[in-house]
Write a protein that binds this ligand. Sequence first.
Ligand code: UDP
Ligand code: MG
Length: 312
Amino acid sequence: MPKISIVVPCYNEEAALPLFYREITRVAGEMDYAEFEFVFIDDGSKDATLPTLRTLAETDKRVRFVSFSRNFGKEAGMLAGLEAATGDYVALMDADLQDPPALLPALYKAVTEEGYDCAATRRTTREGEPPIRSFFARCFYKLINKISDADIVDGARDYRLMRRTMVDAILSMREYNRFSKGIFGWVGFHTKWIPFVNVERVAGETKWSFWKLFLYSLEGIVAFSTAPLAIASILGFLLCVIAFVFIVVVVVKTLAFGDPVGGWPSMMCIILFLGGIQLFCMGILGQYLAKTYLETKKRPVYLVRETEEGVK
Ligand code: UDP
Ligand code: MG
């Protein structure tokens, strides 16, 4: 029988976990044509997530877990889960039931019968989300698709089922700054998009503040595009052209009218403007340098403290 691994990153999900487990085992029971493995990642939770996972693993042999030494973030959780998964097919899913397990049979069918390598899900609405957040999210997707060659779909969730080949392709990308939405798009393969209506999380609360999302989006841009670096050179070039025109105007004006002094305010504007542009471009360079710095350190993406086999 084919084996499906369900990878679930969990951070402080004590409230949602029992509900999630009940729902996923119900769906797994319906899909009796496949074998299941549930890989939970405890991302350094500070609540009872880990004890809950221990109990689940004791009572259900299909449950496995990896517990981190501290909170490393969802990206690290997904990587650890994909590495630990042994199935022929691997699904990524949130613990809060915002990724409905009921869609799993449809995802599985797309991959096994319709010839896709991956079936991914996309929210059709952003209902229940603050409008300002939706606005920025839309802008982000428009921008990143213009400036990077990874195909990133607006509203795409991380919820997806992949064939082993695609999982191995993702695992072959060893970068430290991981931006999964970009990685999924970058590796390519045939993906079927399955839309669904947004659902609110069942219990607990979201771990993403607006600021965290903003930083995450910058990470995505730096990780999957070098366009901002080009912006710096283009701006520089444009300013040179403007400066040249300006010089010609000043020289001609002085020769024709002999009026060398004056214009303190315009001078200040130019100095401040150029200073701003220079700092802005240095900031862009700094972003890339910082990421390169972290990559070259070759630190592990996560550290494991405990698994279902016991404390390491
Ligand atoms: N998550 C995680 N580590 C983190 C933050 C979140 O493993 O540092 C998990 C979380 O437990 C959940 C999933 O990532 O299963 C999505 O998080 P959340 O529901 O808070 O995000 P949202 O759905 O609001 O975007
Ligand atoms: Mg959620």
